[in-house]
Design a protein around this ligand. Structure first.
Ligand code: HEM
Ligand SMILES: *[C@@H]1O[C@H](CO)[C@@H](O)[C@H](O)[C@H]1NC(C)=O
Ligand SMILES: *[C@@H]1O[C@H](CO)[C@@H](O)[C@H](O)[C@H]1NC(C)=O
Ligand SMILES: CC(=O)N[C@H]1CO[C@H](CO)[C@@H](O)[C@@H]1O
Length: 328
């Protein structure tokens, strides 16, 4: 009897373990996947990237965002980098991606890799390594990136629209978007902290500022003083290129200010403000804000690792693209 119970316990543990592994779908990723085939891969990525980031710190933000967008659509398979072809509009040209920047940096890193180890390192791994290094170069945490991702051959614009969370989303939609990728509510609130760097385009918040419910009103969840300041930057019908910093004053450094800003009801997007509408996410925002980000760096690293496992292609699936914008 005791043995049966023990076996049953072991069996259910095993099932849980398998479920977990399958969910994150990280089979085949490992630390140092390129140890033999391209031993200096991390050094090459770091050196090339550093040339760009040291000249322009604002490039770190779009590079982090690019990895996030890659992983949320068809998994971390480099599909965000593919160009549209005659009969197919790619993710790159979907509305959420029209504000992506930094493709030239990925191309430069990939060419440096191709020079040393032709046809070996995937574009998907390149993105994961670049995102990690970009964050750590501007004061954020460092984490180990398991490699072995392979590149997909498919990229479809309409999928970016349905899979990526919208800046107009409420908390239940955001939780659903993340759950659909096997990511938790904690991952949602932690990874949203990526908005401690970078900018958002004014046109995304025009409604929030000027016509929230169609009555010429302002989103009441936005701090009125801050709304007034934003209105000076973001005029109705103003320049389509106008932007606002997501973490005013330190949008070029990876710190924990994001949570203080959200707690003060100064998050730029409705999706940032929405983090105050759920018990768990609100508790996290308030705790990080009060403790000046006691666990944020560590949590962010953990959640980025999980993000990097979403829907990866490994083994014989996919391919190693030679140029990231084109299938071989
Ligand atoms: C939770 C749902 C999320 C939504 C709705 C969202 C939405 C957006 C939007 C609309 C922008 C502005 C783009 C622009 O106007 O140029 C943006 C920027 C950005 N997002 Fe998110 N995002 C989310 C989560 C994330 C995550 C998980 C990360 C990374 C861990 C991230 C990193 C960034 C960064 C770094 C920028 C600044 C880009 C730049 O400076 O060019 N976001 N996001
Ligand atoms: C969130 O938005 C969806 C879709 O618009 C809506 O059905 C749902 O009721 C909203 N949830 C909350 C909590 O506001
Ligand atoms: C505000 O929204 C309403 C309803 O969508 C629309 O009829 C109206 O023209 C908008 N006002 C402005 C100033 O854009
Ligand atoms: C960076 C990038 O590729 N942006 C593209 C997004 O979509 C617009 C419109 O389709 C293109 O013109 C941009 O080149």
């Amino acid at each position: 009897m005791a043995i049966q119970k023990l076996l049953w316990a072991l069996f259910s543990q095993l099932v849980l373990l398998l479920l977990f592994l399958d969910f994150t779908n990280a089979w085949g990723l490992q630390l140092g996947f390129y140890r033999r085939s391209c031993p200096n891969v991390e050094k090459i990525v770091h050196t090339t990237l550093h040339k760009y980031i040291s000249r322009d710190l604002t490039l770190a933000a779009p590079l982090l965002r690019m990895h996030f967008h890659d992983c949320f659509v068809r998994g971390c398979d480099g599909s965000v980098l593919l160009n549209s072809r005659n009969c197919n509009l790619a993710e790159k040209d979907a509305i959420p991606n029209q504000t992506l920047r930094g493709f030239q940096v990925i191309d430069a890193v990939k060419s440096a890799l191709e020079k040393k180890c032709p046809g070996v390192v995937s574009c998907a791994d390149t993105l994961a390594l670049v995102a990690r290094d970009a964050v750590s170069m501007i004061g954020g945490p460092f984490w180990d990136v398991k490699t072995g991702r392979r590149d997909g051959r498919v990229s479809i614009a309409s999928e970016a629209l349905t899979q990526l969370p919208s800046p107009f989303a409420n908390i239940s939609q955001l939780k659903e978007n993340f759950a659909a990728k096997g990511l938790s509510v904690k991952d949602l609130v932690v990874l949203s902290g990526g908005h401690t760097i970078g900018i958002g385009h004014c046109f995304i918040i025009t409604n929030r500022l000027y016509n929230f419910t169609g009555k010429g009103d302002t989103d009441p969840s936005l701090d009125p003083k801050y709304a007034a300041a934003l209105k000076k930057k973001c005029k109705p019908g103003g320049d389509i290129k106008a932007v606002a910093e997501m973490d005013p004053g330190s949008f070029k450094t990876f710190d924990e200010d994001y949570y203080t800003i959200v707690a003060k009801r100064r998050g730029l997007f409705q999706s940032d403000a929405a983090l105050l509408d759920d018990v768990e996410t609100r508790a996290y925002v308030q705790r990080q804000s009060l403790t000046h980000g006691l666990n944020f760096a560590h949590d962010f690293a953990d959640s980025m690792i999980k993000l990097g496992y979403v829907g990866v292609l490994t083994g014989r699936r996919g391919e190693i693209r030679k140029r990231c914008a084109f299938v071989n």
